[in-house]
Design a protein around this ligand. Structure first.
Ligand SMILES: NC(=O)c1ccc[n+]([C@@H]2O[C@H](COP(=O)([O-])OP(=O)(O)OC[C@H]3O[C@@H](n4cnc5c(N)ncnc54)[C@H](O)[C@@H]3O)[C@@H](O)[C@H]2O)c1
Length: 339
């Protein structure tokens, strides 16, 4: 018996989509990319040829009407994503979107409202939650009981302030750093109870904060520490970079500790034993030669499609992303730094 494939459509044929999402979706045997849409017809044609997509459009409303996909990937910058995502949700489509999911908290709350009132499955691309070393070591710590403390460090140097995250549409913490804040929430679990922070702008002119340290207490009982910085050692975000700085997490439970670095070594140590050390690029199900595997992009897609098939909400749906955004705002409000 042949298995029915999940019918997916894409809006956006840009860099991130071609780099991360088309290859991940196209690799799944139980999914077909039925159509794609981009305002730029040339990009749409080129992308369709590359991934074997039979139909292209330049008008997403027309595409969604004609193709009636079971899920739509909407992959474009936060400054333009509101209209297509709200249209898709208001018309009952299940949506995968990239982070950051917009430019204002109000906008993302509206998207959450549309998703909830139209019973849509939604997901925001927090692929750091799906890094195989992260998910598997988190589970091993939790096997001993609740996580009690977490540290997430996302560290880069300041080289490329003309990168898309830095055009002025959004501050660094809400655009790029949102991954780290989201990871902190996801690892610690529960709701935010208390936040203290130090938010600073170092070395560069202008108002954009680039050095953030925060401590967050969660209703789970866990305490989280965040270090997000663009003024440390570690590569800056540049196009085509495969090692965008350092993204590390420490996950601590009762007499057990995991250290995760998705692109380098990860380890776990229990009681007074010796640490087990892994190359995170070949951990668990990750395929060692493909960054989309060890960085979590392939696994987030597998999970999203499984949610579509099962009719269940992803843990990182749009309503959940509202909470990550709210924590970012709380980190700014709580800052003890002058100015
Ligand atoms: N998860 C991550 O780690 C990560 C990393 C990098 C980028 N991103 C995110 O990915 C998103 C996309 O970034 P990008 O650099 O690929 O953008 P991009 O500009 O290269 O691509 C966007 C595409 O969308 C198309 N488009 C815009 N409006 C449209 C509309 N109304 N209808 C149809 N097509 C339309 C554009 O023509 C363009 O081809 C951003 O939100 C960015 O923050 C996430």
């Amino acid at each position: 018996m042949t298995q029915e494939k999940v019918r997916v459509a894409f809006i956006g044929a840009g860099k991130q989509a071609n780099w991360r999402h088309y290859p991940s979706v196209a690799s799944l045997p139980d999914v077909e990319i039925a159509a794609l849409c981009d305002l730029d017809a040339g990009k749409a044609e080129e992308t369709a040829k590359r991934w074997g997509v039979p139909k292209t459009f330049t008008d997403y409303e027309q595409m969604l009407r004609e193709v009636e996909p079971q899920a739509v990937y909407i992959i474009m910058g936060p400054q333009v994503v509101y209209e297509p995502v709200s249209y898709a949700l208001r018309n009952g489509h299940n949506v995968f979107m990239e982070k950051p999911p917009g430019v204002t908290l109000n906008g993302i709350k509206m998207l959450a409202h549309y998703a909830e009132t139209n019973n849509c499955i939604s997901m925001v691309g927090f692929q750091r939650r799906f890094v195989p070393a992260m998910t598997e070591l988190k589970a091993r710590v939790e096997a001993r009981g609740p996580i009690h403390s977490v540290l997430v460090a996302n560290l880069k140097s300041t080289r490329d302030f003309a990168s898309p995250a830095s055009t002025g549409v959004l501050d660094q913490l809400t655009s790029d750093g949102m991954h780290a804040v989201d990871n902190l929430r996801w690892l610690a679990g529960g709701d935010v109870i208390r936040v203290s922070s130090h938010v600073a702008t170092r070395y560069i002119p202008g108002p954009v904060a680039n050095a953030v340290m925060a401590q967050v207490e969660f209703s789970s009982g866990a305490v989280g520490q965040l270090h997000y910085s663009h003024v440390t050692g570690g590569s800056a975000i540049t196009e085509g970079a495969t090692a965008p700085g350092v993204f590390k997490a420490e996950i601590h439970g009762q007499n057990i500790s995991a250290h995760v670095d998705a692109e380098r070594q990860s380890s776990i140590v229990a009681d007074n034993g010796e640490p087990e050390v892994f190359d995170a690029r070949s951990y668990g199900e990750a395929l060692g030669d493909n960054p989309n595997h060890w960085l979590g992009f392939w696994h987030e897609t597998r999970y999203f499609i499984d949610c579509i098939k099962a009719g269940t909400q992803p843990h990182c749906n749009i309503p959940d992303a509202v909470k990550t955004w709210e924590l970012i705002e709380e980190i700014y409000r709580a800052s003890s730094a002058p100015g």
